[in-house]
Design a protein around this ligand. Structure first.
Ligand code: MN
Length: 247
C-alpha cells in the first residue's frame, strides 16, 4: 500500500519581516513518522478552492493557531479574545465541510477541535481563565513538551485505543475550549476540571478524532502515546485510499 497523502491546514504569519505561509514542522514530522505524506494546505488557497485542494488527499489534519471568530457561533467578542483570522477561518470551514462530505478522515488539534466543534454547531469558551476559572492551568508557562495536566479517556473510545491508555498526562497551551459540544460529536476525553479534551465523530459518520492538546509537539519522543493518534489517522486514510483505488 502506498503512503496516504495527509493534508494539514497551514498558517499565514509574519516572520523574518515578511508575510509567509507554512506550519510548525512538528505536525509534518508527526505525519511522516506515522507513514503518511504531509502536505501543507495554506489558507492562501482560499475557501472557493478548498475542495479542489483536497483532491487526492486521503486524510486531513486541522491544526493549532488563532482563536476562532465567535461570530461563527453567534457570540459577541470577549475583550480577551486573541485576534481571529477571517482568511483562515473561512478556508478551514470550507476544507472541513468538503472533507466531511467526501468522508475524508479528520484529526483536529487544539484550534482544530475548536473549529470542528463550531463548524458542527457547538460553542467555545473564548478565554478559559476568565469564563471558566478552575484548578487546572491550561496554559502554564514552560516548555511545549511539558506534560502539565492529566486527562481521562472514555473506555474503548477511538481516542483511548489510539493512545493505548485511559489516563495520561498531556501538554496544554490553550486559552479557549469547548463550551457547548456540537450535536454530532461525542466527548471522549476530559481534564480533571472536566473540560473536554477529546472528541470523536458518531458511529456511521466519517472518521473524526480531535484533541485539545498538542500531540505534534511530542514527535521527538519515540515512546510518546501521541504517536498513536497520527498512526490512527494515517491507517484510516490509507484504508480509505485503498478502497478508492480499487473502485
Ligand atoms: Mn488542557
Amino acid at each position: 500500500m502506498s503512503a496516504p497523502r495527509i493534508g494539514l491546514g497551514g498558517v499565514v504569519r509574519g516572520w523574518d519581516g515578511m508575510e509567509r505561509t507554512g506550519l510548525n514542522s512538528g505536525y509534518l514530522r508527526s505525519v511522516s513518522l506515522a507513514g503518511g505524506v504531509p502536505l501543507i494546505l495554506s489558507p492562501l488557497i482560499g475557501p472557493s478552492y478548498a475542495a479542489r485542494a483536497l483532491d487526492g488527499v486521503d486524510g486531513l489534519v486541522l491544526t493549532g493557531g488563532e482563536d476562532v471568530d465567535p461570530a461563527w457561533y453567534n457570540a459577541d467578542r470577549s475583550p480577551l479574545l486573541d485576534p481571529p483570522s477571517r482568511e483562515r477561518d473561512l478556508f478551514e470551514l470550507a476544507l472541513f465541510a468538503a472533507a466531511r462530505q467526501r468522508g475524508v478522515p479528520i484529526l483536529g488539534i487544539c484550534r482544530g477541535i475548536q473549529l470542528i466543534n463550531v463548524a458542527l454547531g457547538g460553542t467555545l469558551y473564548q478565554d478559559l481563565p476568565s469564563e471558566r476559572p478552575g484548578p487546572v492551568n491550561h496554559n502554564p508557562a514552560g516548555s511545549r513538551t511539558d506534560r502539565s495536566h492529566a486527562i481521562r479517556l472514555a473506555a474503548e473510545s477511538l481516542t483511548a485505543e489510539a493512545l493505548g491508555a485511559e489516563r495520561t498526562q498531556v501538554n496544554s497551551f490553550h486559552h479557549q475550549g469547548i463550551r457547548d459540544l456540537a450535536p454530532r460529536l461525542i466527548a471522549t476525553g476530559w481534564s480533571e476540571d472536566d473540560l473536554i479534551e477529546a472528541v470523536e465523530g458518531m458511529e456511521g459518520e466519517p472518521w473524526l478524532l480531535a484533541v485539545q492538546w498538542h500531540p505534534e509537539e511530542m514527535h521527538a519522543d519515540a515512546g510518546a502515546p501521541e504517536r498513536g493518534l497520527f498512526k490512527a489517522l494515517v491507517e484510516r486514510a490509507g484504508a480509505a485510499a485503498a478502497v478508492s483505488v480499487d473502485s
